[in-house]
Design a protein around this ligand. Structure first.
Ligand code: NAD
Length: 493
């Protein structure tokens, strides 16, 4: 399924349904939401704000935002959707009733996923008329940021449906993990529940407070988990002999009665009071919204850090960004007259792009120009394949002039003129105009050098980039030099 286009319906708009709404809207989908709770629209709108804030920090890759629509009935929400995600409360009887209703009102070709944390898909699909299009897509909170989604089919789910669901989730930046066998709690929640049981015992037996349990995770194993999970970490812990040595050394300890995994402390009122009071003290007066933002900012920092390391969720993010850039280039109008400056990129000054002067910061002007260069390169045929096999461009010199103000939420559009191109060099001039007034607000001149994919040294462009660049350069050869081209810092206006 492509990144935009398909309509999505969300049935249930709580913590998880709102999180799905955030991820989908940030990827250009229009979502129709049904939730009978009177506060659901307010709550989902808050989640959408959180998601927008998070994605504007997570990536600079260009994205189109979709819209959220709230519906008065389930039938209205699912009527024209190609993909439906159910996120109602975790009760089998209720979910089966809701799924039967979705099944009755949805298009016959619509895919239907459930966010259930652990109910078996075979049981959930049992009463459906078209059970083959049903599967579990179990996400993690916050759904708009955490990439994992466990995908599990039931006895009657078709393989084609599972393949389409995996592709759909991957298209919105997720890491779909296909669960090999239907099992209560799937993979991730079985692991989480084991940890949670043990954590409750440690607090129950006064071995540690809630904060101390959390410290034991976040200063140690938690940092490793984001990078390598459990098996890879223990492989390293085995030293040069790896996993076999680790198993020989620490395997026997599994038989010692360290853990209380088969048991759970009695959840008496006094035990719940104890946990709640320790948790209040631990939160230090921060509201849930404050904590959500701290959590989101921390997750973003981790994912960006992992991106530099080209590992785990960071590698996923890098690949997703590459596809977003490519999609934005493909979405650009291709029918433009090459003899005129090309309009390939536009943006809106997001609230967090604005500085203390209440206008767009210098860095964001540069970002918009850099995104415009990327849009131009995609326009001339620079794909992921080209970058991997042929080469890429390095920007070696730029000169930017800031001529007018752009305030928060104001739109800009940029045109690109090719001043000159030879087999290795590409000389571009971008003009940024205010999207409402048309005023010229900035210009930027760029010299790019084409480099070979392997040697990273300058090398001639290859097809299809070389031919398209040459055609545009020839078509624009008679355009007048733009005012400001060739200027140096400090030249008189
Ligand atoms: P929630 O209580 O926050 O939200 C459930 C929502 O469903 C509520 O807003 C409620 O009004 C709505 N609802 C009730 N009856 C409905 C109906 N007939 N039709 C449509 N909506 C209805 O719960 P949640 O945490 O969002 O969990 C939803 C699902 O996601 C559950 O299956 C849960 O197991 C799963 N899940 C939860 C988490 C988590 O961390 N909270 C993580 C992964 C998966």
């Amino acid at each position: 399924m492509s990144l935009d286009g398909a309509k999505v319906a969300l049935v249930g708009g709580g913590v998880i349904g709102g999180g799905w709404a955030g991820r989908l809207v940030e990827h250009g989908f229009d979502v129709a939401i049904y939730d009978p709770h009177p506060d659901s629209e307010r709550r989902v709108r808050e989640m959408l704000d959180n998601a927008e804030r998070a994605w504007s920090r997570l990536t600079m890759a260009p994205r189109r935002r979709g819209k959220a629509r709230f519906c008065a009935s389930l039938a209205e929400a699912v009527a024209d959707a190609g993909f439906i995600q159910e996120s109602a409360p975790e009760r089998e009887d209720l979910k089966r009733k809701i799924l039967a209703e979705i099944d009755a009102h949805a298009r016959p070709d619509a895919l239907i996923g459930s966010s259930t944390s652990g109910l078996l898909p075979s049981k959930l699909q049992a009463g459906m008329r078209r059970p083959e299009r049903f599967f579990v897509g179990h996400p993690f909170n916050p759904v708009y940021l955490l990439p994992l989604v466990e995908v599990c089919g039931g006895e009657k789910t078709s393989e084609t449906v599972l393949d389409r669901a995996l592709a759909f989730y991957a298209g919105i930046g997720m890491k779909p993990l296909r669960i090999r066998k239907e099992i209560d709690g799937f993979v991730a929640d079985r692991l989480l529940e084991a940890l949670w049981r043990e954590a409750l015992w440690l607090v129950h037996d006064d071995v540690a407070t809630t904060e101390e349990v959390d410290d034991a995770i976040r200063y140690g194993a938690g940092l490793r988990w984001a990078m390598m999970g459990t098996f890879l970490v223990y492989r390293i812990a085995g030293g040069e002999d790896g996993m076999r040595h680790f198993m020989a050394q620490f395997g026997p300890a599994l038989k010692w009665p360290w853990t209380k995994l088969m048991d759970v402390p009695e959840l008496t009122a006094s035990f719940i009071d104890k946990i709640a009071e320790q948790s209040d003290a631990q939160a230090g007066g921060l509201s849930i919204r404050d904590l959500e933002r701290k959590r989101d900012d921390g997750l973003i920092a981790i994912m960006q850090g992992l991106k530099i390391e080209d590992f785990a969720a960071g590698r996923l993010l890098a690949g997703h960004e590459a596809r977003l850039y490519e999609a934005s280039g493909h979405n650009a109008p291709t029918t433009q007259d090459p003899a005129k400056p090309l309009a390939l990129h536009g943006a809106t000054a997001r609230p967090d792009w604005v500085d203390y002067n209440n206008h767009m910061t210098e860095a964001r002007y540069c970002q918009v120009f850099s995104d415009t260069t990327d849009a131009f390169l995609i326009h001339v045929g620079m794909s992921e394949d080209y970058r991997r096999e042929a080469g890429t461009f390095f920007t070696v010199e730029t000169h930017t002039r800031l001529l007018g103000e752009v305030r928060g939420l104001e739109p800009v559009s940029v045109t690109t003129q090719v001043l000159k191109a030879d087999e290795k060099r590409l000389h571009l001039f971008h003009e940024m105009r205010h999207g409402r007034t048309g005023e010229l607000v900035a210009t930027s001149e760029h010299m790019l050098l084409h480099v070979d994919a392997q040697s990273r040294r300058s090398a001639p462009m290859r097809e299809p980039v070389a031919g398209t660049v040459a055609d545009i350069a020839l078509a624009q050869a008679n355009l007048p030099q733009p005012e400001g081209a060739g200027r140096r810092v400090g030249d008189r206006p």
